[in-house]
Design a protein around this ligand. Sequence first.
Ligand SMILES: Nc1nc2c(ncn2[C@@H]2O[C@H](COP(=O)(O)OP(=O)(O)OP(=O)(O)O)[C@@H](O)[C@H]2O)c(=O)[nH]1
Ligand SMILES: [Mg+2]
Length: 305
Amino acid sequence: MKDLKFLFIGLANAGKTSILRTLDNNFEMIPTLTPTAGVEYKTFKVMGFTVSAWDLGGQQKYRKKYLQENERYFQETAAVFYVVDTQAKEEFKEALAYLESVRGAFKDLKQENIPFTFMLHKYDPHVRGKVEGIENDVAGLKASIDKILGNIPHTFFETSIYETHSVYQAFSETILTYVPNRDIIGSKLREIAQDFDSKMSILLDSAGYIYGQWHSKDAQLLELSKFIRIAQEFAKLTSKQTYAEFTLLTLDDISDVAASLFLVGDELFLVSMLVPHAWFMQDVKMQDMFTKKAREFAKILKIFQ
Ligand SMILES: Nc1nc2c(ncn2[C@@H]2O[C@H](COP(=O)(O)OP(=O)(O)OP(=O)(O)O)[C@@H](O)[C@H]2O)c(=O)[nH]1
Ligand SMILES: [Mg+2]
């Protein structure tokens, strides 16, 4: 198993520990969280990797220490998850200054090209498109980050603990960058969706990690988000003792989520796609075809071993 060290960095109260609790399915803990004192460590077994997440408490006294002892904290990092509270506009300047120092620390260690995954966090469903100016604030923030990082690889995700899948998406996609041939999953997901005239498809494991997804260009963001949420919740609820090969879940008045489950070794996987409501349900032959197609992923999943 390959090891990956991920740093979770950002100002105090940005949401780092909440994100890690979310990834650990430990939601009950979130309301009682206190500021992280120093560093907390958490290990995840995911997609064939052992991920060590270092949760670097963001209070100023700790931040200073990490930068002063950068070797101890930053050495051998595979990727940095940089968490910013998008609802705290007054803190953006400080968050950017810290980012600059972190970049400087990696430069000192001659590891300038460590990739950054930005979690533009607390981008809650009730905030998006509703709180005045947040889109502009976030666009401005991204531009400033681009300027600081230049050619250093970095990606942006808008995340919220109230949309669990947004957090999983950022985490999964970052891990996937360490998997050679991962593109083959996306092409296969496109193929399966197009075979059935579907606009979106996804491959997940039963822990909820997203191995790949595909959607057509005209897919609506809100629908996509709903689709991923339903598929993910279902994947997490299913146990390998009791799973059914085919299940149809209701998305809304027009669409369903077709789900096919299969085992690879000891691991349960789910392939889902969006299908027109009531159309798929009656057609057993179609369900069979879909189930067969979904199984073809078993071979592809060997790239994770
Ligand atoms: N609205 C909203 N609040 C969140 C979200 N994620 C976390 N929070 C809240 O933000 C507060 C801080 O969360 P923490 O996870 O403790 O923040 P942290 O980055 O670990 O803070 P330090 O440990 O001090 O560095 C808590 O009250 C959380 O409930 C989110 O997505 N949306
Ligand atoms: Mg914390």
